[in-house]
Design a protein around this ligand. Structure first.
Ligand SMILES: Nc1ncnc2c1ncn2[C@@H]1O[C@H](COP(=O)(O)OP(=O)(O)OP(=O)(O)O)[C@@H](O)[C@H]1O
Ligand SMILES: [Mg+2]
Length: 1018
């Protein structure tokens, strides 16, 4: 679909600026025609959008199409009302400046449709403000309501706007619509009471009758048939083929509730609409004395009820008028005509004021709820187009005056300001001729001399005034004006096409004859005072709001209708002037409202009065785009390294550097005094595209700089904090150190002093020193206490602690011993006891003692198996046994034996035989030598001759054996260590001697004199 559209869009040119023959009106119309033939209804003249009414639904307004145009550069894509809407929106957002879109064109050209499309585009594509989620709906729904009450079928348009509308849409800083406001201009009230043939009253009347349910119509005392109402039959056109009143009724009712009308308000509104219909059916009769009375009693009762007023007061007010003469109030009856016009005036006033109330009410609903600064506005102006009817009256005069003003504004803003700007900027300019309509505007609005002033004057002048006298006054004052003609002033040819009651104005768009009939009345817009008084008392809240009591009390004459209109137009001009304008120029292709028909004569006429040719010529002669240096440089400076990020020289030089960098050719641009002018849109677009392409890079730069800045700031903060902490910490450390030093110095001083006084009694001078010395000694002692009882080291105590030291040493020693003893095992204790005994016996007595005691004393030196079983059985187990050598008493023959010790005796065993038993009790003593030999002698009693004598033995474990034997026998004190020799008893009183000597060789042998010689090693 899109590609097909693009392909078809190659018909003609999309922008009239691209026309070869840009000076030819025919070429322009031909281009329009060709495009229209292909349903391409939109074409540009630069930034102005020309739209031709297709009179059929085209598939070009879908949501997809909206998306297609969103954010896309104006000229990149085929011309569309959405492109203009989007461009305006973006201009508002980027430049933060209020915008307005002026939609102009004659009746039926498609202005209202265009404005609705723009509004729809904004409500669909703009972001939504969460506070105002329903605003879009309300903005959209205001249209059907206003159209129902303000639009009507006319000869030219089935849905003709019979009021002017300017609507502001307010956007917040994020571009979301947040509010709206509507200004309405001059409702064509006369339509309420009269319609030309083929035309209708306002839609709402028909919608109510067609769509309202039976109950509603009954409450309003209405019949369904519109033909029953005088105000609806004038044009003889109750129904429209193109519109369904019934459906529209539903749409309007829904819209009213969306906008926020309460049910009661809707009811009151419908009461008023019905009351207008009843007013139209109120008939008068004429009495015999010329007095007027109401003939339709039921009608007037319904009417009073619907208007919420007293029926007799209403009856009186419709047939009488109240006059004030010389301060006195007088009531005079109205004649038939006067009564009819009073009734119509009431109908118009009621309808007109209700319409104003409706707009106010809609405005309340659209009002900006969240007041935020930085709101920007897009204004939409949809105002009646230039109108030339068969019979043109006061309304057409006002409408066409309005169009003159808008044309003047258009000229002001586009043509003249453009030329003037080129001049002030010093740019060579090819002057374009255009019709300056200031002269016509002056003709209408000038003070004292203008048509409106003359009309007001005539309305206020005392004495007989009528429409004709107004015409005469115009002739007198304005006769000879080049744009003003009357029948009297005209030449013959013109006179033929003018009636005597007409004056002709030569508008910029063409000539229009205005019939003066009704001008004074319409301008006066008077409503009898007593009718106003009645209306003030209405209990219908809408009417109460519309008819204010002050109006009756002050009796100040309101401004005349034309002057009111003039003033409101002035205000509108001010509003429009304060905004950046965009234009939609609507063209009506034919009068028959038919699709596909292109009436060249009709289009040419519109092209002419819309000023499209002048517009085009100015565009071609001039430049497509201009911007003051600052704004241009500000926007595009990222595109040139010399201007980015900032240009510090003159702005003009900056712009020049920038465009040179961008490669602009001389014919593409000119530099004025404060602005740059770019001739072709394409130059600007390529620049804009370059900017768009550059944006991510700029964003990145901004991001990095910002992040860098943020991180730097963070780093600086941390650094400052670190320095603060550091200095605080260092300060504290230094203070501590200083304190320590001070204390140390004091200490040293105390020590030195103490040292000097150390020998004195404990006194303040030496107390610290002495304490310190003591303390040091004790601490030192704690660390260096002897670890074992054998360790003899002990720190030297100071003189004052010598006694304490000794105590401590003893204590410590006892403690160590105690601990040691606690640790000793029973076997070890036994061992120790044996060793202690061994020490008592042998220490320092026998040479072999140190080796002997050093060895472990065993429980037995013989294995169990080594002892004969019989012997074991005889003696029992667990005996100490050891191998010994027994030397015969005579001859000292050595005989190997086993010595076994029991608890009470010892036995000598030769293999299996117990050879000798030695009872411990009988044992007289034990002798050993002092040398390192293993000889020992058991001394036996010798009194008894039966005894064999002492036993001479040798054992390798003599220390162990003798100790054990002595202990077991309880004869420790009987052990005798003899140096040199041992005497022993041989049998029966004879004595033997063993001599011990040291030698180089170990030997036991029979020596001299029968002695036994034992040689032990040195
Ligand atoms: N873009 C369009 N697409 C389809 N139909 C259109 C379009 N524009 C206008 N029309 C048709 O033309 C009719 C008249 O248009 P519109 O009411 O917008 O005219 P207008 O310029 O507002 O006239 P007036 O000055 O009388 O109010 C519409 O009712 C509609 O049928
Ligand atoms: Mg309209």
């Amino acid at each position: 679909m899109e590609s097909a559209l693009t392909a078809r869009d190659r018909v003609g040119v999309q922008d009239f600026v691209l026309l070869e023959k840009y000076n030819s009106e025919a070429a322009l119309i031909e281009n329009l025609r060709r495009r229209f033939g292909e349903n391409l209804i939109y074409t540009y003249i630069g930034s102005v959008l020309v739209s031709v009414n297709p009179y059929k639904e085209l598939e070009m307004y879908s949501k997809q199409q909206m998306e297609r145009y969103r954010g896309v550069s104006f000229y990149e894509i085929s011309p569309h009302i959405y492109a203009l809407s989007d461009n305006t929106y973006r201009a508002m957002r980027t430049e933060r400046k209020d915008q307005c879109i002026m939609i102009s064109g004659e009746s039926g050209a498609g202005k209202t449709e265009a404005s609705k499309k723009i509004l729809l585009y904004y409500t669909v594509t703009c972001p939504i403000n969460e506070h105002m989620a329903t605003l879009g709906d309300r903005l959209l729904q205001s249209n059907p309501v206003l159209e129902a009450f303000g639009n009507a079928k006319t000869f030219r348009n089935d849905n003709s706007s019979r009021f002017g509308k300017y609507m502001d849409v307010q956007f917040d800083f994020r571009g979301a619509p947040v509010g709206g406001h509507i200004l309405n201009y001059l409702l064509e009230k006369s339509r309420v009471v009269h319609q030309n043939h083929g035309e209708r009253n306002f839609h709402i009347f028909y919608q109510l009758l067609d769509g309202g349910d039976d109950d509603l119509l009954t409450t309003l005392a209405l019949e369904r048939n519109p033909q029953s109402y005088n105000y609806l039959v004038k044009g003889n056109c109750p129904r429209l083929s193109s519109v369904s009143d019934k459906n529209n009724w539903k749409v309007v009712m829904k819209a009213l509730s969306v906008i926020g009308f309460t049910e009661e308000e809707v009811q009151k509104l419908l009461d008023i609409i019905a009351s207008v219909l009843h007013l139209g059916n109120t008939q008068f009769g004429e009495g015999e004395e010329g007095e007027t009375y109401i003939t339709t009693e039921t009608q007037i009762t319904h009417l009073a009820k619907l208007l919420g007023v007293d029926v007799s007061a209403l009856r009186d007010a419709l047939t009488h008028k109240k006059l004030t003469a010389k301060g006195e109030e007088m009531i005079s009856p109205l004649n038939f005509e006067q009564a009819m016009s009073a009734r119509d005036a009431l109908a118009k006033a009621v309808y007109g004021r209700t319409f104003t109330w409706l707009v106010e009410k809609i405005n309340q609903s659209l009002a900006l709820k969240v007041h935020g600064k930085g709101c920007t506005v897009i204004g939409l102006l949809d105002i009646y187009g230039f109108e030339v009817l068969q019979h043109n009256s006061f309304e057409q005069f006002c409408i066409n005056y309005c169009n003159e003003k808008l044309q003047q504004l258009f000229i002001e803003l586009t043509l003249r300001s453009e030329q003037e700007e080129y001049e002030t900027e010093g740019i060579a300019w090819e002057t374009v001729q255009y019709i300056d309509n200031k002269i016509i505007c002056d003709l209408i609005e000038e003070k004292h001399k203008g048509i409106i002033s003359i009309l007001d004057e005539e309305c206020l002048r005392p004495g007989e005034t009528c429409d004709v006298s107004f015409l005469e006054k115009l002739e007198d004052t304005l006769g000879g004006h080049p744009h003003f003609v009357t029948h009297k002033l005209a030449n013959g040819k013109t006179r033929r096409v003018m009636s005597r009651e007409e004056f002709r104005l030569l508008h910029y768009a063409g000539e229009v004859n205005y019939n003066v009939n009704g001008f004074l009345d319409k301008n006066n817009d008077l409503l009898n005072r007593n009718l106003k008084e009645v209306m003030c008392q209405s209990d219908n809240q809408i009417l109460c709001h519309c008819f204010r009591r002050e109006e009756v009390i002050h009796q100040k004459r309101p401004e005349m209708a034309a002057t009111q209109f003039k003033n409101s137009l002035m205000k509108l001009m001010e509003i429009l002037m304060s905004k950046e304008p965009s234009y939609v120029r609507c063209i009506k292709p034919n009068d028959a409202k038919q699709p596909g028909r292109f009436d060249e004569v009709l289009v040419r006429h519109q092209v002419k009065y819309l000023g499209l040719m002048e517009n085009l010529r100015v565009r071609r002669a001039g430049f497509a785009y201009r911007r003051c240096f600052e704004a241009f440089l500000q926007r595009y400076k990222p595109l040139c390294p010399e201007t980015w990020p900032n240009w510090h020289g003159r702005l003009a030089d900056g712009v020049s550097t920038l465009v040179n960098h961008l490669g602009y050719k001389a014919e593409e641009y000119k530099l004025g005094r404060s602005k740059i002018f770019i001739r072709f849109p394409k130059t600007l677009f390529s620049t804009e595209d370059a900017l768009q392409a550059k944006k991510p890079e700029i964003a990145l730069t901004l991001q990095t700089s910002w992040r860098g800045y943020r991180e730097r700031a963070k780093y600086q903060r941390i650094r400052r904090a670190v320095i603060t902490i550091q200095s605080a910490w260092r300060g504290m450390k230094a203070r501590r150190r200083a304190k320590r030093r001070r204390q140390a110095a004091e200490l040293i001083r105390k020590l030195i002093k103490g040292f000097i006084y150390r020998h004195e009694e404990y006194c303040p001078e030496n107390e610290y020193f002495l304490d310190h010395v003591r303390c040091s000694f004790l601490k030192n002692l704690r660390k260096n206490l002897p670890k074992s009882v054998l360790d003899q080291n002990w720190p030297t105590p100071p003189p004052s602690l010598v006694e304490t030291s000794d105590h401590l040493r003893r204590l410590h020693m006892r403690n160590m011993v105690m601990k040691y003893c606690r640790r000793v095992q029973p076997e070890w204790k036994k061992q120790m006891m044996q060793k202690v005994i061994a020490s008592e016996i042998f220490k320092d007595q026998k040479d072999s003692y140190p080796q002997g005691v050093g060895r472990l004393f065993l429980d037995s030196r013989l294995e169990r198996e080594q002892i004969n079983l019989k012997v074991v059985q005889t003696l029992g187990n667990d005996k100490y046994g050891v191998s010994v050598v027994k030397y015969d008493r005579r001859g000292f023959k050595p005989r190997p034996r086993q010595l076994l010790l029991t608890n009470t005796f010892a036995v000598l065993v030769e293999r299996t035989k117990i050879k000798q038993r030695v009872d411990y009790t009988a044992l007289r003593g034990i002798s050993v030598s002092s040398l390192s030999d293993g000889m020992f002698v058991l001394h036996m009693p010798n009194e008894d001759n039966k005894q064999k004598g002492d036993v001479v033995l040798h054992c390798d474990h003599v220390i162990e054996l003798v100790t054990k034997l002595a202990m077991m026998a309880g004869k420790v004190n009987y052990v005798n260590v003899s140096p040199g020799s041992i005497r022993f008893v041989l049998a029966r009183g004879k004595e033997g001697i063993i001599d011990f000597v040291r030698g180089s060789e170990l030997k036991v042998a029979k020596g001299k004199r029968g002695h036994l010689l034992v040689v032990s090693l040195f």
